[in-house]
Design a protein around this ligand. Structure first.
Ligand code: FMN
Length: 200
């Protein structure tokens, strides 16, 4: 299954941080639809601690709720996103996850706990960005400001603008360039998957 191949590749090359970056595309309305794409960091899968759980094939990344991407994602509850992920060392594999929705509200999972778990995995530099000015604002004194705010944040609550982005795949398009193999995985009911080989 695609998740096995993906986690195996990530584990194999875990000294290379760059394999964790993928491109996340969203649609902005300006007012006509316009594509936007940027890199984000793979933060594992939902409920990584319990890999047999309901959302175990949902990918996780994080963002600032004040960012443009968050606005685009939140604009509609069924906002489509797509990620493209090129894993160069692993026989030049490319994974593409088209037509996904973001979800996460309705399940039984403890999302507060999940949010704390992922927050704790971020570096201090990453965490401090959430205490600075909104992304895209002039950056004068950003560093001082965010470190002061970090130091003053004595309570245990996370910044409200820290958000998990949950990518709930409906389809995965996996291309292995070295062996010229392309496999399309499609999610079925009850979160099982079928796969078919197609021309690259
Ligand atoms: C390698 C790399 C990893 C990044 N990871 C993230 C991330 O995990 N989350 C995030 O919000 N932005 C991340 N960024 C910054 C985004 O690519 C983007 O520049 C920023 O979030 C603003 O995007 P937006 O205006 O489309 O929201 C990363 C940038 C790079 C170059």
């Amino acid at each position: 299954m695609w998740k096995g191949a993906l986690t195996e590749a990530l584990a194999k090359y875990n000294t290379d941080r760059s394999i964790l970056f993928y491109a996340l595309a969203t649609l902005a309305r300006d007012p006509a639809p316009i594509p936007r794409v940027r890199y984000v960091v793979h933060r594992g899968f939902v409920n990584d601690a319990c890999p047999e759980g309901e959302e175990c094939d949902c990918l996780l990344t994080t963002t600032d709720l004040r960012s443009a991407k968050a606005e685009q994602i939140l604009e509609a509850s069924d906002a489509p996103v797509e990620i493209a992920w090129y894993i160069a060392p692993e026989r030049r594999q490319r994974h593409r996850f088209p037509d996904h929705k973001l979800q996460g509200k309705t399940s039984k999972l403890d999302w507060d706990r999940e949010r704390v778990r992922v927050w704790n995995s971020l570096s201090e530099t990453m965490q401090s960005a959430f205490y600075g000015p909104p992304p895209g604002q002039p950056s004068a004194q950003v560093k001082d400001m965010s470190s002061n705010m970090m130091a003053n944040n004595t309570n245990e609550t996370l910044p409200e603008n820290f958000a998990l982005v949950v990518i709930d795949p409906k389809e995965v398009d996996m291309l292995d360039l070295q062996h010229a193999r392309r496999t399309i995985f499609v999610r079925q009911e009850k979160r099982t998957w079928t796969s078919s080989e197609v021309a690259p």
